[in-house]
Ligand binder design. Structure first.
Ligand code: GLA
Length: 371
């Protein structure tokens, strides 16, 4: 078992005086490219990170305990705007698709940084869903579980996110990115051998917290829907660059990001398959510029990181996730990461930004039942 899984199991034994029946865990994610394209029916290319949320479960009771918050909550059906709403939402969503989950109690432990844009919420949903599906023999595959987790997030927790994070957490494979067609929900692993290319993906958490419930996310979503309506297409996935002439103002800017970003995801996938990391890097920079200027979801901190990465010779860099704070990534030659992190820390301090945190990213495995 991984350390974080041991931690959840240990908490279970300490609280309930017996071994858990099952332990599962699920990772957070970064997105290589393809931002805000998921709810427009488009393409995304995320990877699982080596940080996870683990859950230990056993039958009976209705206690949920989090080692991160050191607190107990009841299962119940009522929301209380805490971490427990995620497992509650998953149980609710199982009910909605006619899969009854019996009584259970659970302990959680996680090391996905909260509020950093690395999808700790999808990780807790995915870990809970996989654990309960195994525990109660619910006979659902991973894609079905991902859709179920998204439903929990949209309809129970009340955040209008797309499918990317839950899909990534449940379907990513170690050593690979996952190309998802968010309309057909087909997904395909694309090998990502950074080590072989002597490259490192550096994650910079700017420590500017964002909640998805923030209006920015929902505003962007609504603007995309309006643009699709103006163009007479079902979703912006169906629009091309030639259509953009029919739009103006905010709708034009938002749609231009989505249309060009979808194309970049497919080009990035080709580049990865060809081992062309230089091209992947160019696409990452172009993606960031599009999010900064057209989708307008970047921050001073994220822009500063990307500029410093470029000046230091990184192959590519961009904000990752929803934006409005959270994390950025840079594709850097291994051996040059220290110079970049020192430089970023210095400039952030000079500008009075919060002290950033850095992680070296390894493409990790998706959700797993540990025992
Ligand atoms: C958040 C959402 C995802 C996706 C990204 C932006 O992570 O949960 O569904 O929309 O933002 O790409």
């Amino acid at each position: 078992m991984r350390e974080i899984e041991e931690k959840a199991a240990r908490a279970y034994r300490e609280r309930f005086g017996e071994d858990p029946e099952l332990v599962a865990s699920a990772p957070g994610r970064i997105n290589l490219i393809g931002e805000h394209t998921d709810y427009n029916g488009g393409f995304v290319l995320p990877c699982a990170v080596g940080r996870r949320v683990a859950v230990a479960t056993g039958r009976g009771g209705e206690e949920l305990y989090s080692t991160n918050f050191d607190e107990t909550r009841r299962m119940g059906r009522e929301k209380d705007s805490s971490w427990a709403d995620y497992p509650r939402g998953v149980v609710w969503a199982f009910g909605e698709v006619g899969r009854g989950v019996g009584d259970f109690r659970a302990t959680f432990a996680g090391d996905v940084p909260l509020g950093s844009g690395l999808s700790s919420s999808a990780a807790i949903e995915a870990a809970t869903a996989l654990a309960l599906a195994a525990h109660f023999g619910l006979g659902m595959d991973r894609k079905e579980l991902a859709v179920l987790c998204q439903r929990a997030e949209n309809e129970f927790v009340g955040v209008q996110s797309g499918i990317m994070d839950q899909y990534a957490s449940l379907l990513c494979e170690a050593g690979a990115a996952l190309l998802i067609d968010c309309r057909s929900l087909e997904a395909e692993s694309v090998p990502l051998d950074l080590e072989g290319a002597d490259l490192t993906l550096l994650v910079c958490d700017t420590r500017v917290e964002r909640g998805l419930a923030d209006t920015g996310y929902n505003d962007r979503r609504a603007a995309c829907e309006r643009a699709a309506e103006t163009l007479g297409v079902e979703q912006l996935r169906d629009a091309g660059e030639n259509d953009l002439g029919h739009l103006s103002g905010e709708e034009l800017k938002r749609a231009r990001h989505i249309v060009t970003e979808n194309a970049r995801v497919l080009e990035a996938t080709d580049a990865l398959r060809a081992g062309d990391f230089g091209e992947l890097g160019h696409l990452m920079y172009a993606s960031h510029a599009s999010m900064r200027d057209d989708f307008e979801i970047s921050t001073r901190e994220l822009d500063a990181f990307v500029e410093l990465a470029e000046a230091a010779g990184a192959l590519g860099a961009r904000l990752t996730g929803a934006g409005f704070g959270g994390s950025a990534i840079a594709l850097v030659r291994t051996g040059e990461t220290d110079v970049l992190t020192r430089q970023v820390s210095r400039v952030f301090a000079e500008r009075g930004f919060a002290e950033p945190l850095f992680y070296e990213f390894v493409p990790a495995a998706g959700a797993e039942v540990a025992r």
